[in-house]
Design a protein around this ligand. Structure first.
Ligand code: HAM
Length: 429
């Protein structure tokens, strides 16, 4: 019997196309190269934490009453039967656990971390919602100042800009802190209770357990109710209010456009003050889809047993990023030069030229099966190669060859000794 992959869990393959084009590994490579480069420029260090953690880490950090913990977490008993473990549904809790466990709040509280890895949520089957999905994420510990918020937003924005993605909107809100949130929650609950009958059954339940979540219910009736609900950012204490004003001023100064969204509350309980999402409308569903979400979580390190430490971060959905890349026709990672073998005697020369190109930093591929030139050039095309060259008997004798630009089709004659330099020059330019 044939065994298939588990529902909601996908293979990333270089051959993915059609509906599964978001899982084309060559797009992933392009995206990952940008993630890595932006993280380097913003001076963040890569960390890797385990995929499996104790389940209680997530119930304490993300919140018992959230969908993520209450409905979607993959939990299982350890073989010893003594511990309840979970596949991580998100990356922040594990990062905070590691930060505390290794004594970092005492040694060097400022840590600039990023990660790339898979997360697991047993979500309802839906487009762009998977049960195993990847996030690239950032966690910046130890800096309370609003410029850190702006820096993290700027980093996130730089990834989207460098990937060439357009039409993504930043939404910003402030959720206050333990000083001002309780009074705001009172106000919100009172407002919602007066309109209880207009809320969907789930929100009537949320009203008691987690009234903030009513604000982002997708139900039309609930949306009509919350349109007039009190806004958290209008009920902040003085320090939170000043913090938010400074974040907004810094973001303006950086030229990053955003929309204030009073109903942006996020689906995880640890947030304080700044919270944000980057939304794309191009992902094919009626609703805008979040490609990235994050915010401050100044209380979480202490809550999990560490010293009082401010922190901020975000997680970005890699499948959604790659779906947008595919949709916008951003080219996948591809060879700069494809070498075809026009004559048996040319094999060594082709291998030498390919190696030279690689040593100069160019991606190069050759088809050592040889055979029909048209078939080899067809492969160059399929691989998305930028340039192709055929090396045969004539080329070996004259030490010159025709370099074909695979985009426009025009050919330029170059000396074999100049071939790699010519490709490097034209790929760069
Ligand atoms: P989140 O909003 O739950 O935040 O997830 C962040 C991003 O992961 C979403 O905007 C979305 O792009 C992607 N994502 C979430 N669930 C799925 C899914 N089922 N399928 C595909 N993509 C998905 C967090 O996880 C926080 N840990 C972010 C953070 C880091 N906050 C502070 N630091």
């Amino acid at each position: 019997m044939k065994i298939n992959s588990v529902k909601g869990m996908n293979d990333v393959l270089p051959t993915a196309e059609g509906d599964s084009v978001a899982f084309n590994g060559r797009l992933w490579e392009r995206a990952e190269a940008v993630f890595r480069d932006v993280m380097r420029r913003y001076a963040f260090d890569e960390v890797r934490t385990p995929i499996v953690e104790e389940a209680q880490l997530f119930s304490r950090a993300v919140g018992e009453a959230t969908d993520i913990v209450g409905k979607e977490m993959y939990t299982f008993e350890d073989r010893s039967g003594k511990k309840l473990l979970a596949l991580r549904p998100e990356g922040t809790a594990g990062a905070v656990r590691a930060y505390i466990e290794h004594g970092l709040p005492m040694r060097d509280p400022v840590q600039r971390w990023w990660y790339f890895g898979s997360m697991f949520r047993h979500e309802r089957q839906q487009k762009h919602r998977y049960r195993q999905f990847y996030q690239v994420g950032v966690e910046l510990f130890g800096v309370a100042q609003p410029e850190a918020d702006a820096e993290v937003l700027s980093l996130c924005n730089a990834i989207l800009v460098d990937l060439g993605l357009e039409g993504i909107e930043l939404r910003l809100n402030s959720l206050g802190d333990e000083q001002c949130r309780p009074a705001y929650l009172e106000l919100l609950s009172a407002f919602l209770r007066e309109r209880r009958e207009q809320l969907c059954p789930e929100c009537r339940d949320r009203l008691e357990r987690n009234p903030l979540r009513v604000l982002d219910c997708k139900n039309e009736g609930c949306q009509a109710v919350v349109a007039d609900a009190p806004a958290s950012h209008e009920h902040l204490c003085a320090p939170c209010s000043e913090h938010f004003a400074r974040v907004r001023a810094s973001v303006d100064r950086l030229g990053i456009k955003y929309r204030l969204d009073k109903n942006l509350v996020r689906g995880l309980d640890y947030y304080t003050r700044t919270s944000f999402e980057f939304l794309a409308s191009a992902l094919g569903s009626a609703q805008q889809t979040a490609v990235c979400g994050g915010g401050r979580y100044d209380g979480l390190v202490k809550q999990l047993g560490g010293a009082d430490t401010p922190a901020i971060g975000f997680g970005m959905g890699v499948e959604r990023i790659c779906a947008l890349l595919a949709q916008q026709g951003v080219p996948a990672h591809a060879p700069a030069l494809f070498l075809a073998i026009g004559d048996e005697a040319a094999r060594e020369e082709v291998l030498a030229l390919a190696t030279e190109a690689r040593s100069k930093g160019l991606a190069a591929e050759a088809d050592f099966r040889g055979g029909k030139i048209a078939r080899q050039l067809g492969r160059a095309d399929k691989r998305g190669a930028r340039f192709a060259v055929v090396i045969g008997g004539n080329e070996l004798a004259s030490r010159r060859a025709k370099l074909k630009d695979m985009r426009g089709g025009e050919e330029t004659e170059v000396a074999l000794d100049e071939l790699v330099a010519e490709v490097a020059r034209r790929v760069g330019g």
